[in-house]
Design a protein around this ligand. Structure first.
Ligand code: BG6
Length: 510
């Protein structure tokens, strides 16, 4: 276990939902696992008027997100954790003089001997990121002569390529790139990191990981929920910005990348950038028309319950043209992947919540077993990101009896079988990494820009109104019917079930 230096975590936007829902539970897990530094405190800062004890109540003792975790803990134990939390009211605006904040940080630092190491976590609307960075610098709180300073920023990182570039330049005026940690919580998921291990720690996959053996790659990210209470935000974002530009392109980069020369953060990040830069950017209206599909969920009845359509959701414009479903087909212009199609889709209000990558291998180049139906039984490697995390390999076996009939069998691995191992939650892992100065699982400026470079033309085309269609799908189904058209000639999307092996492999029951 790496040693974590003493430090303060300052959370801007601490009265918001993310702090109570994700950050504090992650810190609690680290606390229980004895992974927080000896001298460590959290200072929440935002515009609400709150005392330290009200903040502790809100995010710890009375937090619904911690309830289950606190059960069984003594009052003393809860207090021990809660006492690490402090709060500073910034007044009416984040754009203010931070000298009072600085004084508070200094006082806490001296009292709790946390040293001058500080993480600033920006959990505010992105429009405030640069303002906060600027005000921190004005107050001299970004200097590293007395302990390091790091800045964690939440997504969305930009709204387009231009705004992402502006944001990068804006932040880099006050913090150096190696001080900036852009969080993408998918990179904190064990199963996403395991893509690197699957590829680069196994001699059975990597030799096949290219256009010669892989027919196509399919990624599905499905959520059963709708936009919940985030209609206002979502309506200005949409599936492409909300999930595809960041989380899904991060997964794509790990599938596409070349082997890094080592596991050092910059070696891995350099390869990811190269991968993202090799995605073929769609330029013509025809390409964009043929290779992208967007849709919105419409009202429906799921399990006897009426479910609102997207346009009826709170905060959503009645005539909204924001997509809740996006499916994109694309190619990667490099030696390894030439002519291998990638299909990626993401959506809300699908039948289940599941994210998986499916590597479809080519069928054997010469078919010996004529009647085997092998064409429809390609070898597949299913990498299940969530839930029921694991890996499934589908391969052909002989059906007992005369002749050579082939069926598919499953070889599977489940993370849950590692009963002894605590699988860290994404935020827990990412916070600990930032505390230790490991940026491997954070997105670098050029990575984010390369992802926008690919996404921007699609967004522009979709907003241009040029023969772009907005399809509808009833809440609770696998997207619009025509989404299969994208994958035509190859088959259909694989619709994941709640469990990894929902579609059983071959077995003989006797
Ligand atoms: C967030 C998106 O980044 O990821 C949400 O803003 C989405 O809209 C969420 O629901 C999905 O995360 P996970 O970890 O539940 O797949």
């Amino acid at each position: 276990m790496n040693k974590t230096e003493n430090q303060i975590l300052v959370i801007f936007g601490a009265s918001g939902d993310l702090t109570a829902r994700k950050l504090v539970p992650a810190l609690f897990n680290l606390h229980q696992a004895d992974q927080l530094p000896d001298n460590f405190i959290v200072l929440g800062a935002s515009r609400s008027d709150m005392t330290d004890s009200a903040f502790r109540k809100k995010v710890v003792s009375e937090s619904t997100y911690l309830k289950g975790k606190l059960e069984g803990l003594s009052d003393e134990g809860i207090k021990n954790f809660a006492n690490k939390f402090f709060y500073e009211d910034l007044g009416g605006s984040y754009d203010t003089d931070y000298s009072r904040l600085r004084k508070r940080v200094e006082d806490l630092k001296n009292k709790y001997q946390t040293s001058g190491n500080i993480i600033y976590y920006l959990s505010t609307p992105p429009t405030l990121y640069e303002t906060i960075a600027h005000n921190l610098a004005e107050a001299g709180m970004n200097t590293q002569n007395n302990g390091w300073k790091r800045l964690i920023v939440e997504k969305p990182f930009g709204y387009s390529l231009d705004t992402a570039k502006q944001l990068n330049t804006g932040l880099q005026k006050f913090f150096k790139e190696d001080q900036i940690y852009r969080i993408d919580h998918y990179l904190g998921k064990e199963t996403v990191q395991n893509l690197l291990i699957t590829r680069f720690a196994n001699s059975i996959f990597e030799p096949l990981w290219n256009r010669n053996y892989i027919h196509h790659v399919e990624i599905t990210n499905a959520e059963s929920v709708g936009v919940e209470k985030r209609g206002g935000y979502y309506d200005t974002s949409g599936a492409l910005r909300d999930m595809f530009q960041n989380h899904l392109l991060q997964i794509v980069s790990l599938i596409v990348m070349e082997p890094p020369i080592s596991d050092a953060p910059e070696d891995i990040r350099n390869e990811k950038v190269k991968a993202l830069k090799s995605l073929r950017v769609m330029k013509t209206d025809k390409e964009l028309f043929d290779n992208t599909i967007r849709a919105q969920y419409t009202k429906s009845v799921i399990d006897g319950q009426e479910v609102k359509g997207y346009r009826e959701e709170e905060g959503v414009n009645k005539d909204s043209t924001t997509e809740t479903f996006a499916a994109i087909k694309f190619f990667v212009d490099n030696w390894r992947w030439k002519d291998t199609p990638f299909y990626v889709r993401t959506a809300k209000r699908m039948p289940t919540k599941a994210t998986e990558v499916v590597i479809h291998f080519k069928t054997p180049h010469h078919q010996i077993f004529q009647e085997s139906g092998l064409d429809s039984k390609d070898n597949k490697l299913v990498i299940r990101i969530q839930p029921d995390e694991g890996i499934l390999l589908k391969f052909g076996v002989k059906v007992p009896g005369q002749g050579f009939k082939v069926e598919r069998a499953n070889l599977d691995f489940y993370y849950s079988s590692l009963a002894e191992t605590h699988v860290m939650d994404a935020y827990e892992r990412l916070l600990l990494d930032a505390m230790q100065g490991d940026a491997t699982l954070y997105a670098r400026a050029d990575e984010v820009e390369a992802a926008w470079e690919f996404v921007d033309p699609i967004l522009k085309y979709w907003s241009s109104g040029k023969d772009v269609r907005m399809y509808g799908y009833a809440a609770g189904v696998w997207g619009p019917e025509n989404s299969h058209e994208l994958i035509e000639g190859i088959g259909e999307w694989r619709n994941p079930g709640p469990n990894l092996t929902d579609d059983p492999g071959f077995c003989v029951i006797c």
